[in-house]
Design a binder for this molecule. Structure first.
Ligand code: B1M
Length: 208
């Protein structure tokens, strides 16, 4: 197996004990941290989601894979963090209420910070009002919302409506596996991004 295949398999099988040594090996072999994420870890966790959706994997496997992915991302985080860029704007970022999926949101967080955004990451399962309050206090140019479930993405339009009602000068970017570009348009979001690289592009465009 190549280092990328080893990592893919480790996420798929929820191999928390060995994932770090595989990451170390991949880094020593000169693989780019973003490639490790995009070509091994994310495809691995997506396959887990597919198998879980098909009833071939069960909750314990989903949890093990999630923990393995989180552990590997924490190891990669400092590798992904490049030097300070010039300040681009402030983003308040959160996974919406009722939703504890934060792997993708954490990737978006690191990427935005790498591109000079001051990221206030409120974490996961965050109340609508808390997100709006912090954005207002910190005069954030952007609110970034992540939702992975059809049952939780409904908080997004609620937040957007409140912002509009209060006349806050703040743009909202939405993303996460449950969200589509069409949904983003329907709820009146200012931006949608399919992945972390796209999120940076959209955020820059909105503050531009
Ligand atoms: Co859950 N889960 N999960 N899960 N889980 C999904 C989302 C699911 C689709 C699996 C399935 O059924 N096939 C399904 C949701 C179904 C639906 O609503 N349609 C599901 C379910 C049902 C559940 C539970 C209810 C299971 C249960 O308990 N019975 C439970 C929910 C708990 C809760 O939130 N209240 C649950 C729990 C978990 C774990 C805790 C075990 C774990 C999460 C660990 C963690 O995040 N710390 C987990 C995992 C790992 C998944 C899957 C397999 C993978 C998610 C992931 O990390 N993907 C997922 C299946 C799937 O999504 N295909 C699934 C990798 C990540 C890099 O992608 O988050 O999409 P993603 O982020 C991307 C882009 O979307 C984008 O950039 C990122 C980087 O490219 N992006 C943004 C994300 N946020 C953005 C914000 C932006 C812009 C772009 O702007 C601000």
């Amino acid at each position: 197996f190549t280092p990328l295949e080893m990592l893919y398999n480790a996420v798929l099988s929820g191999d928390k004990d060995n994932i770090i040594s595989y990451i170390e090996k991949a880094i020593t072999d000169g693989l780019a941290p973003m490639d490790i994420l995009d070509k091994a870890l994310i495809p691995g966790i997506e396959e887990v989601g597919k198998k879980y959706g098909e009833g071939k994997f069960f909750l314990p496997q989903l949890m093990m894979a999630g923990e393995t992915m989180t552990k590997s991302f924490e190891r990669l985080r400092p590798e992904l963090a490049k030097g300070p860029a010039k300040k681009t704007g402030t983003v308040v970022l959160a996974t919406v209420k009722g939703d504890i999926h934060d792997i993708g949101k954490n990737i978006v967080s690191v990427m935005l910070a790498n591109h000079g955004f001051d990221v206030i990451d409120l974490g996961k399962n965050v109340d609508n009002q808390e997100i709006i309050k912090v954005a207002e206090e910190r005069q954030a140019e952007i609110i970034g919302l992540s939702a992975l479930m059809t049952t939780t993405m409904i908080h997004m339009p609620q937040i957007i409506d409140t912002i509009k009602e209060r006349g806050l000068n703040c743009k909202v970017i939405v993303g996460g596996a449950a969200v589509t570009e069409q949904y983003a348009r329907e709820i009146g979001a200012h931006g949608y991004a399919e992945d972390a690289v796209e999120a940076v592009r959209v955020a820059k465009e909105l503050v531009g």
